[in-house]
Design a binder for this molecule. Sequence first.
Ligand SMILES: *Cc1c(COP(=O)(O)O)cnc(C)c1O
Length: 434
Amino acid sequence: MKYFSTRGAGPVSLDEALRRGIASDGGLFLPERLPEFSIADFDSAESIPQVARVLLQPFFVGSELESDVGDILAETFSFPIPMTELSTGDKSASLLELYHGPTAAFKDVGAGFLAACLSRLEGNVDAPLTILVATSGDTGGAVAAAFDQRPGMRVAVLFPDGRVSDRQEHQLCCWSENVISLKVNGAFDDCQALVKSAMADSQLSSTHRFSSANSINIGRLLPQSTYYADASLRHFRRTGNKPGFIIPTGNLGNAFACVMAREMGLPIGPIILVTNANKTIADYFETLQWLPRASLQTLASAMDVGDPSNMERLRSLIGEADILRDQLGVTSVGDEEIKVAIRQDFEEFGFATCPHTATATHAWRHLDPGLATQNDWILVATAHPAKFETIVEPLIGQPVPLPPELEEILSRPAQAVSIDPDLPALAAALQRVG
Ligand SMILES: *Cc1c(COP(=O)(O)O)cnc(C)c1O
């Protein structure tokens, strides 16, 4: 399988696309074509790693990793991805729980897969690869957890001092020596700018063999299609219906993986993207003008994206807004509605949802009646509510019990190095720890 940039460059191998993250022309990598499956192709695939094997094997054809696919997928899907039945009044749906990984958010799947691939391709104990990641919260923890203790790999996590929650900070700072936690005296944008300038500095970049693990890497997307395949197959086998999915959306990585699964022939009905108050996608579908903008801060902070980078992939794979809007629904949910949904979820289901997941439960309760009754729905739960306890607990009036994976992480000692947002400070910190 060959990979091309959305802007035309290529072809490159999977290995090259994973190593580079972004294409040389600034575009994003996509496979030259998507394999097509029939439902019967999955007849003997009973577990998620087995579904992943059938679905993802074609993407590895010609890769150095081809013979390691089984091991890579076993490492990636080492935690359960269950579905829970929800019912309220006369309505029912399923909740796809993507939050049972090491850092209790769906990003663990993509980060785990990328780490399993990159450490096999690039891990070198004599000259470790250094993954630089700027984070405002969730991504950094998932990447740190995924690369923790992997020989020949280092991670430097840069986060803004005082602008992540206590629990988030702990999750960025509690790993082994190969993960360097840098508390930057600045904002998230300063962290991101620092990563960019470090990557662009040829001397620093060759000394440390910098690479990135951000959400535009094709290695973050491919494995995410697996849980859509698995959930839709399970639902279809049980009911004969193709379920629709309602997906909390920020940078469009998670939803893009669902679109890919549907394009590959999986039994998936309507797909509805739900954003928070950042409405760039909804406006695009309505006006046919793509107008990226600065992001607004909301309660669903991991979805605060004004310029969703995977839109470039979606336009390249499917088409422009006039075509996209016939194939995808989009709706946006404001902070007040998120609060209402968190309370209502707790009252009706007996458990809390995180602010991101609550955008999906809100959208489900307010679906167009025709759409609602003609389809079965799977709502995508992207993070555990205990990660956002400062928002959720006051709304439900009680503590959210910690899941075992978070409890384990929060019981570890944590430490970070404080740096100013400039290149010499970053270089010194990397030198000291390396
Ligand atoms: C990253 C994230 C999202 C948004 O996912 P995208 O792939 O960026 O659309 C939603 N919820 C949570 C909890 C996240 O961490």
